[in-house]
Design a protein around this ligand. Structure first.
Ligand code: UGA
Ligand code: MN
Length: 242
């Protein structure tokens, strides 16, 4: 089966660095189709130039976050663009596996071998999540019986976006399954909209004992205010003034 790796992304200073690192990880994975879903009105030219360099099959979509959600206290990041990717899958693909891989996460190549044979929904631990530093299904006799996560928040599936994969035929059996614009509840509501039950979950990563994906985050630094006249030499200044 082909893995459709869905990455929401948005323009910011760190974007090129994140996408180069992720793309160069994905280059090592056979039978992978990268869906880069831009949180912007049109496909970002920088991303357009970058994508062919990895030699991967890819689809580049543009789907901006609706303006109303940009002004709420906790912004639902990456939802409009993930939804666009789901719509593209529904319109074009009949089988395979989807995985939501954010542009700033870190992926062990072993992860792809684990998720490829997902029959309905597979789950596995994610490192560097919240206060407990890990989010993971809890297993008893090889079956998922609960979750270890520092933010349960009354969620039925308290997991991170990077902690599960979904079979496309299973997705297509649920035509109304979608991701809500509700920060913190995107994963849970999406999985619930698939009608998922605990006993259907396929645990991966050696019975959820191995971490194969990390929720790494790149430090955001406010760039200094750059005064253009301080970096131009006098001759250039003269030129610009004429
Ligand atoms: C956490 C979860 O791991 C995400 O899966 C979840 O989408 C996010 O919270 C959320 O619900 O807010 P976190 O590291 O806090 O992730 O968020 P980011 O990495 O900043 O954003 C998640 C993804 O959405 C990234 O791939 C990012 O490029 C993208 N994003 C972020 C957008 O497309 N638009 C934005 O305005 C911000
Ligand atoms: Mn992140």
């Amino acid at each position: 089966p082909v893995i459709y790796f869905i990455t929401p992304t948005y323009p910011r200073r760190e974007q090129v660095a994140e996408l180069i690192r992720l793309g160069q990880t994905l280059m090592h994975v056979p039978n992978l189709h990268w869906i880069l879903a831009d949180d912007s009105a049109t496909c970002n030219p920088m991303v357009i130039d970058l994508l062919p360099r990895f030699g991967l099959p890819y689809t580049h979509l543009a789907s901006p976050m609706p303006e109303i959600y940009r002004h709420v206290s906790i912004v639902p990041r990456g939802v409009a663009n993930r939804r666009a990717a789901l719509a593209w899958i529904r319109a074009n693909i009949k089988s395979g596996v989807i995985y939501f891989g954010d542009d700033d996460n870190t992926f062990d190549l072993k992860l792809f071998k684990e998720i490829r044979d997902t029959r309905k929904v597979s789950m596995f631990p994610v490192g560097l999540i919240g206060e407990y530093s890990i989010s993971s299904p809890i297993l008893k006799e090889g079956k998922v019986v609960g979750f270890f996560d520092s933010w349960p928040a009354k969620r039925m599936f308290p997991v991170d976006m990077a902690g599960f994969a979904v079979n496309i035929e299973f997705l297509l059996q649920h035509p109304n399954a979608t991701m809500p614009y509700k920060a913190g509840y995107e994963e849970d509501r999406f999985l619930r909209s698939l009608g998922l039950t605990l006993d259907q979950i396929e645990p991966k990563a050696n019975g959820c004992t191995e971490v194969l994906v990390w929720h790494t985050q790149t430090t955001k630094r406010t760039p200094p205010v750059l005064r253009i006249d301080s970096v131009l030499d006098n001759s250039l200044k003269d030129l610009l003034q004429t």
